[in-house]
Design a protein around this ligand. Sequence first.
Ligand code: ADP
Ligand code: MG
Length: 722
Amino acid sequence: MLKNSFNNKKKERISDYFACNTFSEEVMREKLSKSTHNSLLSCIEGDKTLTLEIANEVAHAMKEWAIEKGATHYAHWFQPLTGATAEKHDYFLERAGKAHIERFSGKQLVRQEHDASSFPSGGLRVTFEARGYTSWDLTSPAFIIEDGSGCTLCIPSVFVSYNGESLDQKAPLMRSVDALESSVKKMLIDIFDEPEQKVFSFVGAEQEYFLIDKQYALKRPDVLLSGRTVFGAKPPKGQEMDDQYFGTIKERVLVYMRDVEQELYKLGIPCKTRHNEVAPHQYEFAPIFEEANIAQDHNQLMMEIMKKKANENGFYLLLHEKPFDRINGSGKHINWSMNTEKYNLLEPGDEPENNVRFLTFLLSVIRGVHKYSGILRASVATASNDHRLGGNEAPPAIISVYLGSFLTALLKDIKDSNLEKTKNKKNSKTRFKDIGRLNLSETLSNIADNTDRNRTSPFAFTGNKFEFRAVGSSQSLAIPVTVINTIVAESLDHIYAKMKKAIKNAGNKDMSVLMGVIKEVIEEVSPVIFEGDNYSKEGKTEAKKRGLLNLESTPEALSFYNDKNTEKLFEKYNVVSKDGLHARGEVEFENYCKSINIEAKCQLDIARTMIFPAALEYQKLLLNNHFELKRQFNDKKIYNEIEKETKVLSITINEFMKDIDRLEKELEKTNKEKDNIKKANLFRKKILPLMQKLRDNGDFIETKVPNKYWELPKYHEMLFIE
Ligand code: ADP
Ligand code: MG
């Protein structure tokens, strides 16, 4: 019986309960006095500073609302540098004279104190200054998380050390949004004579994931502890039939998806799309885009809910970038745009060739990506994403920009002062021929995009937004979005300065004057615009010719956390201090080492306690068999093949034992290294190849040993059970 039998369920519209578990605008209006409500809105807009008086009233209303909903506890919900979220629950209970009553003060809403010493800080917080504080982020709505028997009020918060250094992913993201806003405003007001408007960085993150049956995950220590399989032979069928992508969703998976969506809707997370992905048992959820800070909180929440609901539905969720060898991995495509209240600044309109504002904003992104490709690559660098980038399934480690043939030609024509060519190319929307009574030339031409898709590009313009495809499925989107916002802010200022100078020299702001600057910028950025196949060898050669960076592994990419240009960039825009940046790099180096260390230890454990004993069982069977055949028949024709099989297996077992020994010794040596950068390089150069060798032999043994001796669930079981 499926859990949610449709006919027995009350049918509700999603809009009836959407955001019912959030302290939404509607709830605020109902629960707060008019003046406090208005003051709070002004604080959220950034026009007013929060006072304790306002906080007190909001806290009281929030508590009343949460208790009505069944909440007993509250928690500041924050995002330390672990990449996950953290929360410490406190009961609303307080002593009042001799009695105990439920109370929640403005002070408690605004700040909570923690012992921060067990959170990563990259050396920013010395142990004797263990204190850390979380502080309410009033721009993201508080929400209620339901569990089996009650619920908790969660207050989105930023996390800072005793000295005021930020220790989380949110604060830099929020600062980068401010940086972008002020650079966009300056450009719009001063150069394009537009009125002052609020500016937003919008983000829509497509979340890919795998589901496997929980019963299998429980039998795989590697999956449970490291999120990926460190052994597993290739199954007879992989993804070669292309029958999974957008295929009919299996019913029990659909039940899971609905379960997740229902929970997301209650939290006001606008999940819109669900589908099968390329690999077997791989899927995707995509919400409607939101302001960056909200999109970040919602993506973190979404990952948690996906995990929780998987467990309830008998599945195990894999967010790892490459859970299975030789099977496509998962990403988190980040769709990004910058907008005012009224329009999208990346909207080309009908005449992009005459739309200087569009060209300016488009080029600011391209220039940012070109100039700061190192830190952009570093923002998606993790041990797990290294398995995916460049693996003929995801973009390479080289960062280039895809614009589609139309815009690429347009920029070239502007550069060559040959705009007539572009005009002739336009209006050639005759791609679609009618099919029978289907009037495709009419219905499709009007909506046809001017940009095609290029799945091989890491950073593609898709109509009116950019899509950063190199982001890993398990990572927090805050880091890459912080980088994008900041590099675009800096590029806008760069173009702004050039335009100001040109205007001063010309004595006017005519289109031709601004176009002169556009031309110069096109010249500057053209090496990063790449239309070809990024997976191909030619793509790599071409990138080298153009001087684009190819940071193949995480340690190489992370070095950009210590780069002078990155330091200057983040300090100038007040996003992260130099020390903060170095500390974050340090945390990333540490995470890289720890992840591989865990994987290697899982591998050793499985090798010794599961694969090796199974191999010996089979070897024993073969040896007995061989011995008996020889004794009974003494005829090589009868036992020759068995003898060969026994030899091959025995040689592999012997090699496998040596591999175990080598990996164990090297791991011990590597873990003695104190310097994280050196250590990360040892993990990459010494440990990873040894792990691969051990895996190859282990996977070979898997293809030999009878199923009945093989405890570890196999790829075909995990990936193909309906
Ligand atoms: P796909 O690339 O898979 O076809 P869509 O075009 O539907 O997907 O969009 C993918 C994501 O991009 C969604 O989360 C969507 O909300 C988001 N998105 C759409 N427009 C914008 C925009 N202007 N800014 C940011 N994100 C956007
Ligand atoms: Mg997409």
